[in-house]
Design a protein around this ligand. Structure first.
Ligand code: ADP
Ligand code: MG
Length: 635
């Protein structure tokens, strides 16, 4: 079964019991909150009827923290204390953070970088939580009650640390995270693509500063991310910059041939930082205006009380940004190649991100795929809307017919290392999460009191070919003979992909457990690679597995026979003992080689050659057990 039911069909809560659940798109440039009201998803607005909250947090003089447009307006005057694009630093160390060109002063801290502000060192988690607090307040105001929880979206390529950081930010903001959802998956849900049965969806997301392409595979209502690609330094901001450069050249502030007009105007002193900021704001307005009309006027007062006024036609704008658009298409082509599909294999193409409103971008995508992309849902709201729909389902506000819940799947099988370096798969690849599976294991040696548990992920038969996720030990197993202990190992993967593994010895109840996050540490490329290898080495793996199994069996029997001889050697005559010893020697020798059949024969020979010994030991054990007991006590 690919889908899981979350509550019984027909058990819709009464209207007054509806739980208030929202979807939050925590974006690099803009953040939004949306909810399903009267069966329809809608983006929630603030008191000024603004839906988009600029993802900017300013730490003011008076300990006041401002978020959104008001904060963005201070960026120029107070760059160190006005944090923009904090999403880029989520879950990142100082080296990653420094790779971005920013004015911030960073402090190294374990796990995640800190940004120095006048209010102290702030972790990206704290900064993000300020944005989330505003969205939470907005939601509670407009829905009129306390939030039950939220689905928060993250880029598909976000790793474990980035996802955990996002959850932590929500917790700090007092928001219960129902689950994290991949942004492209949210967009696909908003378009109802999960109602289809099978097919591929390509999501083209051009935001303010980042570009992401995702290829999703839909199978029986479940989306799997097949490939992701993008450019973390390409977005709407680059188009704004092009307009500023164009304006500087047009007004003669810099030479027309100057390769870096902004840089040279700043260093020559002909452009102040404040003027640059003002021109960038105007460039953005002009760019957005050109999505709806073919002509606009770039008009910007400068600090020396002069002004720049230039007509800008869409054609001109398209010409000065054509290379940016073609860069997006190059990335799309590469991502499709990674996903091993053609443009014609894409069942649907979805446009996400405010910058996909630009007609030239739309046209380029349509011409690449040979048909227009889905864009009738506002591209800067579509992710929040999909998240709201998912949140509504998770909160249990289902209607008749909404019986199924879309869930992610485990990209690679999860299992345990067993004797001989073999993998025992417990949760198979593509299982829908959340999922729980358990299996019983036993001890290998007599009197074994501890068990080493090694959790691995991958499709291959040998541990050495899989990815190691975690190791832990179960201690305090009561001493028993080999094979008598019953140790139940359970795997549980929650809705966010967090895996917990618990081992419990059944008779004593001793327990040990570990939590790991299996899927997110791996990039999709790595997953594809591991799968590819498992397909191409399936038969070699089978042989290797057979050999390891035989070796394990050989070791087990060797050990068991040796320890039996230690205790009960007197049950054998001299010559019988010699036969057993020679069988043991032969087994030991073949065990060193790689001939599976030879080892099997040696194992069989030793097993047969010790049958009489085993039955005499059994007799002895029984007579010991009966000694001193009356016949009526035997049951
Ligand atoms: P993010 O996902 O990075 O938070 P958004 O999806 O909100 O960002 O996209 C922000 C970008 O979209 C900005 O560069 C903005 O100028 C651009 N944008 C918004 N509306 C339009 C429009 N009508 N035409 C062109 N670009 C637009
Ligand atoms: Mg976005």
């Amino acid at each position: 079964m690919a889908l899981l039911q979350i509550s019984e069909p027909g058990m819709s809560p009464e209207p007054h019991q509806r739980r208030l659940a929202v979807g939050i798109d925590l974006g690099t440039t803009n953040s939004l909150v949306a909810a399903v009201r009267s069966s329809l998803p809608e983006v929630l607005e603030d008191e000024h009827r603004h839906a988009l909250l600029p993802s900017v947090v300013a730490y003011g003089n008076d300990e006041r923290i401002t978020v959104g447009a008001e904060a963005a307006a201070r960026a120029i005057a107070d760059p160190h204390n006005t944090i923009v694009s904090v999403k880029r630093f989520m879950g990142r160390g100082i080296d990653d953070a420094r790779r971005h060109r920013t004015a911030y002063r960073f402090t190294d801290a374990p796990g995640m970088v800190r940004i120095q502000t006048r209010a102290g060192d702030k972790s990206p988690v704290e900064v993000s939580s300020e944005i989330l607090k505003v969205l939470r307040r907005r939601a509670e105001m407009s829905l009129g009650g306390e939030l039950y929880g939220a689905v928060i979206t993250v880029p598909a390529y976000f790793d474990d640390a980035q996802r955990q950081a996002t959850k932590d930010a929500a917790r700090l903001a007092g928001i219960e995270v129902l689950r994290l959802l991949n942004e492209p998956t949210a967009a696909a849900i908003a378009y109802g693509l999960d109602n289809g049965t099978e097919g591929r969806v390509v999501v083209f997301d051009l935001g303010g500063g980042t570009f992401d392409v995702s290829v999703l595979h839909l199978s029986r209502g479940v989306f799997e991310v097949v490939a992701t690609g993008g450019d973390s330094a390409l977005g709407g901001d680059d188009f704004d910059r092009r307009i500023v450069e164009w304006a500087l050249r047009e007004t003669g502030l810099v030479q027309a041939a100057e390769p870096d007009p902004i840089g040279s105007a700043l260093s020559a002193g002909s452009l102040s930082a404040a003027d640059l900021r003002a021109m960038t704001v105007e460039a953005r307005r002009a760019k957005e205006a050109l999505s709806d009309s073919t002509l606009t006027t770039f008009s910007c007062p400068l600090s020396d009380s002069s002004a720049v006024r230039l007509p800008l036609a869409r054609e001109r704008f398209d010409a000065i940004t054509a290379d940016l658009v073609s860069r997006t298409i190059t990335v799309v082509r590469r991502t499709l190649r990674d996903a091993r599909i053609d443009a014609t294999d894409a069942g649907s193409v979805v446009l996400v991100g405010g910058a996909t409103r630009m007609p030239a971008t739309r046209a380029a995508v349509a011409s690449f795929f040979g048909r227009p992309a889905l864009s009738n849902i506002d591209p800067d709201r579509v992710v929040a809307i999909g998240a709201a729909m998912q949140a509504n389902l998770l909160a249990g506000n289902r209607r008749e017919g909404d019986d199924w819940l879309l869930l992610d799947v485990i990209p690679l099988s999860l299992g345990l290392e067993t004797m001989g370096g073999l993998v025992e798969k417990i949760v198979p690849r593509n299982s829908t999460i959340p999922v729980a599976r358990a299996q019983e294991f036993t001890t290998f040696r007599d009197g074994q009191t501890a068990l080493a548990i090694h959790v691995v992920q991958g499709e291959r038969e040998l541990v050495s070919d899989c990815r190691s996720l975690a190791r832990f030990e179960l201690r305090g197993i009561p001493p028993m003979s080999a094979g008598a202990a019953r140790i139940r190992v359970s795997f549980q993967v929650d809705a966010d992909g967090l895996l917990s593994v618990t081992a419990c010895e059944q008779s004593s109840g001793v327990k040990a457990s570990v939590a790991v996050r299996p899927s997110y540490g791996l990039s999709d490329d790595e997953i594809a690679n591991m799968l590819q290898q498992s397909f191409s080495s399936a038969s070699a793996d089978r042989d290797a597995r057979a050999l390891r199994e035989q070796q394990v069996e050989a070791d087990r029997l060797y050990e068991a026979t040796r320890s039996a001889l230690d205790v009960d050697a007197d049950l054998l005559t001299e010559s019988e003992r010699a036969v057993v010893e020679s069988l043991l020697a032969r087994l030991r020798e073949t065990r060193l080689g790689t001939d599976t059949d030879a080892i099997r024969h040696a194992v069989d020979a030793l097993a047969r050659g010790t049958e009489h010994f085993a039955s005499r030991r059994m007799d002895r054990a029984i007579s010991k057990a009966l000694a001193g007991r009356r016949i009526d006590q035997i049951d």
